[in-house]
Design a protein around this ligand. Sequence first.
Ligand SMILES: [Zn+2]
Length: 156
Amino acid sequence: MYINNVKFARSNQQQKGVLDLKKLSRVQEIDDYAGEIDYELVGFVDKLNRPTLSLRVCGTIHTLCQNCLQPMDVAIDNTSRITVFFSEEDLDAALFADSGSGVEDGVVAEEEFDIMQLVEDEIIMLLPYATKHETCVGMSYADKAENPFEVLKKII
Ligand SMILES: [Zn+2]
């Protein structure tokens, strides 16, 4: 889905939808993630009159515990603010400015800006890596399994 990101921001447009992680090829290249993620993109202008996009992504990611390899769910809910700049130079200057430019993230003005690409990039940044159950049954099992010699010593 493509938007003119400047017009979208200046006219306070909104766009929302749901993405299936199984259908995001770049996400699937990283790992076998599943789940549906809601996104909401809202356009506005910031205090400095710059076109800006607010992107919220939330949902539950189904992945595997890296310890016991059983399924586990990780909830994500994140909102980021993306400022639209009219040139690469302005974007770089704002992103790499030493003094706080107030810019969290930015993109360049485009008449055909790909929303799905933006949402997928955002999801990729939020993907859980090397996740483990908070109280993992597999772990305690592994601990016990590693200690037969300790047990033996006590018996002897
Ligand atoms: Zn586990």
